[in-house]
Ligand binder design. Sequence first.
Ligand SMILES: C[C@@]1(CC(=O)O)C2=NC(=C\c3[nH]c(c(CCC(=O)O)c3CC(=O)O)Cc3[nH]c(c(CC(=O)O)c3CCC(=O)O)/C=C3\N/C(=C\2)[C@@H](CCC(=O)O)[C@]3(C)CC(=O)O)/[C@H]1CCC(=O)O
Ligand SMILES: NC(=O)c1ccc[n+]([C@@H]2O[C@H](COP(=O)([O-])OP(=O)(O)OC[C@H]3O[C@@H](n4cnc5c(N)ncnc54)[C@H](O)[C@@H]3O)[C@@H](O)[C@H]2O)c1
Length: 223
Amino acid sequence: MEQYPINLDLKNKKVLIVGGGKVASRKLKRLLTTAAEIKLVSPCLTDSIAAQKDKIDYYQRKFVIKDLTDCFLVIVATNKPEVNKRIGQLALERNILANIVDNPELSTFTLPGLVKRGDLLLTVATGGNLPALSKQIVQKLASEFGNEYEDFLVLMSEIRPVVLNKIEDEQKRRTIFRKLADDKIINLLGKQKEKGLAEIKKILPQSILKELNLSNKIKERKQ
Ligand SMILES: C[C@@]1(CC(=O)O)C2=NC(=C\c3[nH]c(c(CCC(=O)O)c3CC(=O)O)Cc3[nH]c(c(CC(=O)O)c3CCC(=O)O)/C=C3\N/C(=C\2)[C@@H](CCC(=O)O)[C@]3(C)CC(=O)O)/[C@H]1CCC(=O)O
Ligand SMILES: NC(=O)c1ccc[n+]([C@@H]2O[C@H](COP(=O)([O-])OP(=O)(O)OC[C@H]3O[C@@H](n4cnc5c(N)ncnc54)[C@H](O)[C@@H]3O)[C@@H](O)[C@H]2O)c1
């Protein structure tokens, strides 16, 4: 059966990580970009997790069943397959979303490779067949999709609501949105900000432009 891709909002959700090794460290890094309440249980920690201890609830011990209380999601990443399997089973019995890092079959979800540019999110998965390929494709995408996509989407967060509000004709709106979704414009914005902005302005009717002040919306980046 196919997996179901989903972007979770973890605000105020209790998330548990079991294990404090290399894999737990990678999974924690991404979780720290969310608003989850993170608890981590492990006798040992990598230096990278130790450096983030103030951002999580850390318990220096082995997993105990009580750790799953009120848990919304768990990542099980010890180096002991039998321990991981047992915790995975306990989580599933409790309807807790579970990623068992050495046991995709027992997991309710797996984690894709990821490129994030502001609000642009690109994810890559191989159905668990070759995570190293996901990593390689992520590197390709990361070099193709730069920070100009973040800047462009900041502009669109200003422009789109005004277009939706001011232009009643759905067909006209659609034409504008499709013209804006142009990688040539986005790349130009990355290389020559003012020229990119000028191209965007060419697409927008005057009635929209006078509602906006786009020039100061893009962050100055060091070249
Ligand atoms: C994409 C990424 C996201 C992330 O974890 O953040 C991710 N693995 C990454 C890297 C990576 N994983 C592994 C290596 C070292 C070996 C190697 O090089 O192959 C490296 C490379 C490295 O560490 O450098 C080994 C490995 N992976 C899994 C197992 C267990 C098994 O298969 O049973 C084993 C041990 C098997 C063995 O020893 O061979 C399982 C999973 N790994 C997944 C995701 C899920 C499927 C994603 C997909 O469908 O592609 C899934 C099913 C479950 C999950 O973890 O959610 C991340 C790239 C991040 C980046 O972009 O940097
Ligand atoms: N899914 C992936 O992306 C991926 C990638 C590489 C490896 N793996 C698999 O992930 C597993 C972990 O790999 P690693 O490199 O992080 O291992 P590691 O040896 O670096 O870390 C294991 C951690 O688990 C902790 N631990 C052991 N028993 C525990 C218990 N009962 N309760 C709580 N914590 C406990 C240890 O203290 C240690 O911090 C391995 O089985 C490996 O095959 C998965």
